[in-house]
Design a protein around this ligand. Structure first.
Ligand SMILES: [Zn+2]
Ligand SMILES: [Zn+2]
Length: 189
């Protein structure tokens, strides 16, 4: 992937900028070998009411994000049981492994891109199942990966699961497309 071409709102961007800020503020040349710091309060959702959420791995421990402000929703506000917490964490680790292979832009990039972008791949099937369990607590969508780093990126216009045209959600900090029936959300144009 070519990071310079990533559009605003792409999840990888916030984590990267956060690490950059921490490294600059602490002036620590070893920061990439340190344990991650907790998500700062100003990167947690402060929206009023029970805004819908999305299951979206953004290289942070908590993959539950608000679809309005895009920030992390503290999991304790959603009332998960330990079984669901475990399922979310297991999925996140698998997704993150693929995400890092994609970010590495090396020999595994093409394969990782294919796995992340295919709604029928094992990682996405598992993620949708986890999102459906979260949905029982709060309206939850599953974030579908699209490789925005490619030149002349064009967002897919239809849900890859049911083939219906996506509905636009303009209530967020960037345009997102949604399939209500399949509970899928992705970047729009
Ligand atoms: Zn929010
Ligand atoms: Zn659909």
């Amino acid at each position: 992937m070519q990071s310079a071409l990533i559009a605003p709102g792409q999840p990888q961007r916030s984590a990267a900028s956060r690490y950059y800020q921490i490294s600059m503020s602490y002036d620590d040349p070893y920061f990439k070998l340190r344990p991650p710091s907790p998500t700062p309060d100003d990167e947690l959702c402060q929206c009023m009411g029970d805004t819908p959420v999305k299951l979206m791995c953004a290289l942070s421990y908590n993959p539950i994000h608000c679809i309005v402000c895009n920030l992390e929703v503290p999991p304790e506000t959603l009332g998960f049981d330990t079984t669901l917490v475990e399922a979310i964490a297991v999925w996140r680790r698998i997704y993150e492994a693929l995400d890092r292979l994609w970010l590495d832009s090396g020999e595994y990039e093409a394969w990782a891109t294919s796995e992340l972008g295919d709604i029928t791949s094992p990682v996405n099937k598992r993620g949708r199942d986890v999102a459906a369990q979260v949905n029982a607590r709060r309206r939850c969508y599953y974030w579908l990966f699209q490789d925005q780093s490619i030149p002349h990126f064009e967002a897919i216009g239809e849900c890859p699961s049911c083939r219906q045209t996506f509905k636009t959600f303009d209530g967020g900090i960037f345009r997102q497309d949604i399939c209500e029936e399949c509970s899928i959300i992705t970047v729009g144009e």
